[in-house]
Ligand binder design. Sequence first.
Ligand SMILES: [Zn+2]
Length: 465
Amino acid sequence: MHATLACTSHVQRRDAFRGEPWRFTSQPLPHCLLPSLELRQNCSLNEEEKMADRFFPNTMPDFVAETATAVEEEEATVAQGSEDSLMKLLSMPYATLSERLKRAALDVKESLVIETWGLPGQRVEDYTLYTGTLGTAFLLFKSYQVTNNKNDLHLCSEIVKACDSASSYSRDVTFICGRAGICALGAVVAKHTGNDQLLNYYLNQFKEIKLPKDIPNELLYGRAGFLWACLYLNKHVGEGTIPSTYIGTVVNEIMKEGRTLGVKRRCPLMFEWYGEKSWGAAHGLVGIMHVLMHLKLIPDEVEDVKGTLKYMIKNRFPSGNYPSSEEDSKRDVLVHWCHGAPGMTLALVKAAELFGDKEFLEAAVDAAEVVWNCGLLRRVGICHGISGNAYVFLSLYRLTGHAEFLYRAKAFACFLLDRAHTLMSSGHMHGGDNPYSLFEGTGGMAYLFLDMIEPTSAGFPAYEL
Ligand SMILES: [Zn+2]
């Protein structure tokens, strides 16, 4: 990215895509790109001084065995935020830790509801899942799934209704930033409340969504993000809710555009987003590959997806991290879900599960090692923070069943449980430009804590099905 674009956010870029003049909208939008404009630091494991500015050195042990029973009586003698308190959490019986994580998550959820929703009937300013009120609804639905608290389900439904009204004229079509997320979550929640009329309303609204001809292909604003909403509906409302023939036409568009920029036998698929051949999960190649791997592909499409992932593995940094774009092959800096090894690991795990190639699993383990060493970020969120990076280990745990990966996810979660609040209060950790949001703020941390309770069914929100 060019240095003169240092203040460029998604807001300006998105409007440029629409062919509108460069301008800011009133709606807060994702800031995934902003971290790439920060200090140019190297994630090489030898450069500890530089690393310290971007993430906390990970001094947690490689593995801590759990004790058989909790030792509650020692509680009062251990100061929170100390090495001892973190070690105590790491060695705690899993069931006891789960209860603590659940309590903390439900507290954060209450704060989020107050801060982003407040009194019912208020006007929704930002309806997106990423930074807006739909993220609160998504967290409430997760909370309902874990606790079976019907109040959360009904509040979720109210918030989705308000997001539906606020977005009725929106041209954004994806799950994370557009109408598809609102209609898809609305339909699934209506199914859970047993309201068939509302379910049909949201499904009809979903079917009204039209994809512009010049739409990009990435996850946050493009075709892949729309397809993810189709997958979500087919999984949670019923197979065939969105017909495979319709999904197939969107896949064809993605493959056609990807092959135009791709080079056969080198990197078969490639895409552009604002003139940049991004590799990341939010705006780039790996996010699109990840969604494609959840769909029915014909053999030559499968080969192109595999070939593209293999190209990325072959061209990763010596550290094991991944470039944020094709043009950015020297700056080994970002270890985020949106750019770098974490987003790549989730796709490699999916590839290993789907294709069974040893190469994908080995590359996923290598990438996860980078996340363990350089991914304890000074940010809290799931897009570019510790919460999102913890999902790397949960994903590998689901695939392999190895306790070491669950421990690493637990370590990142325990670090947050033990000291995120203090670190954010003292300014040593960034609470997100939108601090109550699902993707940038503490909403993502609460979501992770809830997912830790049943790690075998955990999934990065709005990304892993
Ligand atoms: Zn990000």
